[in-house]
Design a protein. Structure first.
Length: 396
C-alpha cells in the first residue's frame, strides 16, 4: 500500500540523510562480499556486520547522528538479497547510487518504533525515527497488520511511503465464465468477449516535449546544473507515463478478477522477446533500431505486470496457454494458416471465410485453451491430441 508523502524542506533533508546512510551501509556490505575469493574465510554475516556497525557509529559522529534502525535494516535487506542470490531466484546485489537508489525501510512494532494516525479525510501522518511526524495523502485505510514500511524518493523528486501489507485476494463471481486475453502492442489486451483495452500513454504534446528534453540533455555538459534540471524534467514526464500504466493495470486486473472465474493468458517469454538485436562486433545484428522500438512498445504495454497482478488478485484462477499458432488459427473452423492474418487487425480465414479482429480471434482461441502443433493438429490445454482440422464442406 503506497501513499504520497509531503515532507517539509527540513524533513526532506532528514529523509535524504537516512537514504544516504542506508546506501552507505549497503555499499560497504557489497564491498566486503566482493573481496571474497575461493580459499578465503567467508564474508561477514548479518550479526558480524551489525557489530562492526556499532563500532563505526562510536567512531564517526555523522553516522551516529543517523537512525540505527535504518542502518541495521539496510544490512538485513542485504543479507536477504544475498540469500536470494544463493537460492538462484535473484541476481547478485550490486552498488547503490545517489539519485537513483534513494530509500530506506523501517521495521518494528506499530506503536513503539513507528506510528500512523489520521488527521482528516485526505491527510494522515506517519512517525519516522529522527524525522518526526511526516504528512501523507490518505487514500485508503491502513490495516493494523502492517509491521514495516519503506520510504523512497523517485527520480522525479517525489516521496512515497509503502506499508508492507498483503491485500486479500478477490473472489470470483461464481458463474464459471472464462475469458481469454491476447496481449499485443497496438492493443494492449484484447479479450475474447471482443473488448479491446489499451494502456494510456503520453499525449502528443507530452511526447513532443519529451523528445525536445532528450535532445537538450544530449547537448548538456555532464555534471552541470542544467543537465540535472533537464534530467529531472524528463523523469517527471516518464513518471507520469509509468503512473498511468500502473493505474491501468490495477483497474484492468481488478475488473477481470471480479468478472471472470477463469482467466487464460498466453505463456509469453517476455524476457526473451525484449532481448536486444545489437549482436556483437563479429556478428552484428540487423534492424537494431526497429527491434529497440518494438522492445520499448512491449514494455510500455505492461504485459508482465498485468499477468503478475492477475495472479496476485486471483490466485489459482489464472491459466497460461501455449501461444503457438493462436493468432493464425481460425476460431470458427480451426484451420491454421499464416495467410489468414492479413494485417495487424484483420483476420480472414482462407478455409471458411470467417472474418474477425485478429487480436479478438486469438483471444478466443486462448479462452478455449486451443493450441496448434506444427503439423496443424489441435490440442486442448492439457496437451493431448484432440482432433485433426476438419475439411471445409463444399458449397455444392
Amino acid at each position: 500500500m503506497r501513499f504520497r508523502l509531503a515532507p517539509t524542506p527540513a524533513q526532506e533533508q532528514a529523509l535524504l540523510d537516512h537514504c544516504s546512510h542506508a546506501r552507505y551501509v549497503w555499499n560497504l556490505a557489497v564491498e566486503q562480499h566482493q573481496h571474497w575469493r575461493p580459499g578465503r574465510a567467508s564474508a561477514p554475516g548479518y550479526v558480524e556486520q551489525c557489530r562492526q556497525l556499532t563500532e563505526a557509529r562510536k567512531e564517526f559522529s555523522w553516522l551516529a547522528a543517523g537512525s540505527q534502525t535504518v542502518q541495521q535494516q539496510a544490512l538485513r535487506d542485504f543479507a536477504q538479497a544475498m540469500a536470494n542470490f544463493f537460492a538462484g531466484t535473484h541476481r547478485r546485489p550490486t552498488w547503490r547510487k545517489a539519485g537513483i537508489h534513494e530509500g530506506f525501510r523501517i521495521v518494528g512494532r506499530r506503536g513503539s518504533q513507528w506510528e500512523v494516525r489520521r488527521l482528516s479525510r485526505k491527510t494522515g501522518q506517519v512517525w519516522i525515527p529522527k524525522v518526526g511526524w511526516v504528512r501523507f495523502r490518505w487514500s485508503r485505510q491502513i490495516p493494523d497488520l502492517a509491521k514495516s514500511f519503506r520510504v523512497n524518493r523517485d527520480r522525479a523528486g517525489r516521496w512515497h511511503v509503502s506499508f508492507a501489507v498483503i491485500p486479500p485476494p478477490i473472489d470470483g463471481p461464481g458463474t464459471g465464465e472464462v475469458v481469454g486475453i491476447d496481449r499485443g502492442v497496438a492493443v494492449s489486451a484484447a479479450l475474447s468477449t471482443g473488448e479491446k483495452l489499451s494502456v494510456p500513454g503520453l499525449c502528443k504534446t507530452e511526447a513532443t516535449r519529451l523528445r525536445r528534453l532528450q535532445r537538450r540533455l544530449a547537448r548538456a555538459k555532464r555534471g552541470s546544473n542544467r543537465r540535472t534540471r533537464v534530467k529531472t524534467a524528463i523523469a517527471r514526464i516518464k513518471a507520469r507515463e509509468t503512473d498511468r500504466r500502473k493505474d491501468w493495470v490495477e483497474q484492468t486486473s481488478t475488473y477481470l478478477a471480479r468478472r471472470y472465474d477463469l482467466i487464460r493468458v498466453e505463456d509469453l517469454k517476455i524476457k526473451n522477446m525484449v532481448r536486444s538485436a545489437r549482436g556483437t562486433l563479429t556478428t552484428p545484428g540487423t534492424n537494431v533500431r526497429a527491434k529497440a522500438g518494438l522492445n520499448r512498445s512491449i514494455h510500455a504495454a505492461g504485459w508482465g505486470l498485468l499477468v503478475t497482478r492477475l495472479e496476485q488478485k486471483a490466485p489459482g484462477r489464472v491459466e497460461k496457454i501455449d501461444p503457438a499458432y493462436t493468432s493464425q488459427t481460425c476460431h470458427a473452423c480451426g484451420h491454421c494458416a499464416a495467410e489468414s492474418r492479413e494485417s495487424q487487425a484483420v483476420f480472414r480465414c482462407r478455409a471458411c471465410g470467417h472474418v474477425d479482429h485478429a487480436d479478438a480471434n486469438a483471444a478466443k482461441n486462448i479462452a478455449v485453451g486451443r493450441t496448434v502443433t506444427a503439423r496443424g493438429a489441435l490440442q486442448p490445454p492439457g496437451g493431448a491430441m484432440s482432433r485433426e482440422p476438419q475439411p471445409v464442406p463444399s458449397s455444392e
